[in-house]
Write a new protein. Sequence first.
Length: 545
Amino acid sequence: MGEEKKDQQNEKNKREWFHLDIHPWVFFISAALIILFVAGAILFQNYLGDFFGQMQNGMSKYAGWFFIFTVNIVLVVSLVVLISRFGSIKLGGPDAEPEFSTMGWFSMLFSAGMGIGLLFYGVAEPMFHYTANPLTKPGTQEAARKAMDITFLHWGLHPWGVYTIVGLSLAFFSFNKNLPLSIRTAFYPIFGEKVYGGIGNTIDIIATVATLFGVATSLGLGVQQVNAGLDHLLGIGQTKTIQVILIACITAIATWSVVNGLDKGIKRLSQINIGLAFLLLIFVFILGPTLFILNAFLENIGYYLQYLPQLSTWNETYEHSQWQHGWTIFYWAWWIAWSPFVGMFIARVSYGRTIKQFILGVLLVPTLVTFIWITVFGNTALFIEMFGAGGIAKAVQDNIPLSMFVLMENFPLSTVTSALTVFVVIAFFVTSSDSGSMVIDIITSGGNPNPPVLSRLFWAILEGVVAASLLVGGGLVALQTAAITTGLPFAIVLLGMCYALFKGLSEYAGPQEFKISGPDLKKSQSVKVKKKPKLDKTFGRRRLW
């Protein structure tokens, strides 16, 4: 009997290789929109540079305030939920147990959330702001301090707040209400059964397109850094042709992770990534200006907390400059475009955590680790530029992807550490591609948490094709424009998600009781302030069509 059951399961697994388990509307419309973009990028690549530049300026000018408003609202909501009465709710119910160890869980969410970006901008961004920012005179001690303030703003609580809301919304409604693991699920308290129709399809299509372009932006940045590192080590040159070849090769490697599945593939690579990145961090910390780094870390945290309200709401109202277009607005749009991918991936691996554990793990711990990384690499670069041999600022101005490797030249074993950096970037590239394709496939398969391999391969390949198209069509500007353009519609979705999450949590937790006592009351009285929850029905996990 056991062998018969095993054979049936094997047949089922074989069948999954030969058909696409999809939601037809979401899958085909999303794929068609993306393929049309790729075709346009190939046919009109000579005109795309100017087009992307004009689009980026227009979107940043007219929608910049909305991105700033959105990320601040989302961060506040995340912190409110953290300290609320909902913290003890366990994702999956009272008896749910975590699927992954705490370290394995953290490795996966951090690799997906920040990996390539921190390696690309960890040295480059502080140095760039040191040499040019609108808040102070460049090249001064105050410029160095402001450079770290701005970098902390872009990589601190705000992006992880966005990931927290998306991830928590999906995890709660999927695991606790037994709804499909899809972006539309978060809107059930608002739209009810209508999420299974046209409204839900539209939400999932927006999420799919935003996710793919957000991931493609990251992959494009990553392959530029891989190309710069290989050129630094081997002298192969830095051209778009080489970068396209690298995208193809690394995407092929990602298919290995896809085939091996979540536990064997993504988890193993994520843990390797974190381990190697940690070795790189310790190496620079010990052999670099250790005392300067320790002092800078405390000062960076203090200034970040002091100026957070001011910097997070600043939008160049009186400066009339366009500095924020390529930095703050790009970052907020990028994080928002990434949030369906990172949020759903975090939800997928967070079964069994309480809401308080979830928010602490997703919002606060990664932010602290990110600050440590930026301080070690960013402040080391500033130290060398201000008090040492210099040369890093010029490298950043000439070629941003090369900045990490120029920093490594100031340390022993620079060839080894540069090679290690290239390997870590490639590994983060693979995990981002694999995780991104898994999340897109979950959305386009109607919320199936374990989608078949073949459709995941399709999306992994399409991610690489889009990244290559953006690089060929417009380079870094094209990557930034793609993030801003696709992030805008999902910013609207994100604000709706905040309301729906509060509504769903309140109805799930039931009426809140306040204890009233006073000199004339011998006993406390319980006062119910809400009606019986409406979402007390247990829904079977259903498909979306």
